[in-house]
Design a protein around this ligand. Sequence first.
Ligand code: PFF
Length: 451
Amino acid sequence: MNTTERGSFSGKLGYILTVAGSAVGLGNIWRFPYLAAKYGGGIFLLVYIILAVTFGYTLVLAETALGRKTGKSAIAAFGDLNKKSKGMGFINAIIPIFIVPYYCVIGGWVLKYFSVYMTGGAMKAAEDTYFTGYVSNVSEPIVWTVVFIAASLLFVFLGVKGIEKASKFAMPILAVLSLIIAIYSVTRPGSLEGLKFYLIPNFNNFSFMTIVAALGQMFYSLSIAMGILFAYGSYMNKKIDMESSIKQIEIFDIGIAFIAGLMIIPAVFSFSGGDPAALNAGPGLMFVTLPKVFASMKLGGVIGGTFFVLVFFAALTSAISLMEASIAFFMDGFKLSRKASCAIMACITLVIAVPCSLGFGLWDGVTLLGMGILDFFDFMTNSILMPIAALLTCIFIAKVVGVKTIVEEVKCSGEFKREKLFTITITYLAPAFLLIILVSSILSAMGFIKM
Ligand code: PFF
């Protein structure tokens, strides 16, 4: 089948909305703010934006172009262009398998908070010990995680498409609601300090981890190195202007993350005095901070409930596309049926998700390479596997298929203004940078260097 026939995105807007809808998820709303709070505020924001518009842009474009050129998913695309490189698709395809489980744990937290708001628990959720009390519980977080896994798998298994239409409504509403909450947050007494912390880069807060964390976040948020962009590219019509579509998707993705940071970080200063422990809250930050914001608002219960149901939609659609990518690994790679692939994925997800959830309670003291269990999976996927996959993609393009192939693919549908920048980045800058970060991350995780 050639790509024009395969193309189901005939219009640019449809393409942009669909890819942006998949890219915007927990990564923007839950993950970005806690990393920004933990790794330096304004300096993290600056490093993140620089990475996203340079390396991020280059990698998104490269993966999309490879997908459109071959009309195939990641597993098949590499082999299609060069038989010996077939295995490279596998590494892209394996990554979502390890992300899905912990994504579902956070999805379960979102569901729980939604249920709390629906049952009039807005004040209870704002108490200092509520979040830690909840996650240290053994069974309840696991039950909500299982509900979230079941919901996502059901959509994947049945191949129900309606959810995507629902998310096209939910996403813009979530963006507007987040903006309203952000405006409310930044106008609270005491939040100015937080606003300064978030917006003004302070080089004293910079550490090597700022780069490592920002790079991992860039992969995660833009759905790079997960086989996803290949798949969307393979459905992209040859006439759609690739460079400008990708620019708009990036603006959207960075914009939502930026607003989520505005919603949460100044509120940490306003409601918790900006003390370092609160800023270092990690994965719990959104769940600890936002309920305090809602509790201080008129109609906070309704706003909180609406917020969590919208985040649930964002998380569900992302989990569905992550699961689709994961089962494609078994279907395309091992020629298994959809049913068998879903069953395998259900087992893997449960086996990894349960320890991730227990890591916040019963298995609190368990560490892997010095990290909690959920953080370990997060680190391994975003800071180790994704840079490896991206590095291999750069080498593949520069040494095997040739940068010209990608450039021609981009140019067949429009201008390529940043052609020079793309060529230099994919050939020299990105591989060198990824290699340095990768080696440092590995050495640091093994305890050989301190970052
Ligand atoms: N980019 C999504 C987020 O930021 O939450 C995560 C993601 C969703 C990655 C869907 C990949 C994907 F297919």
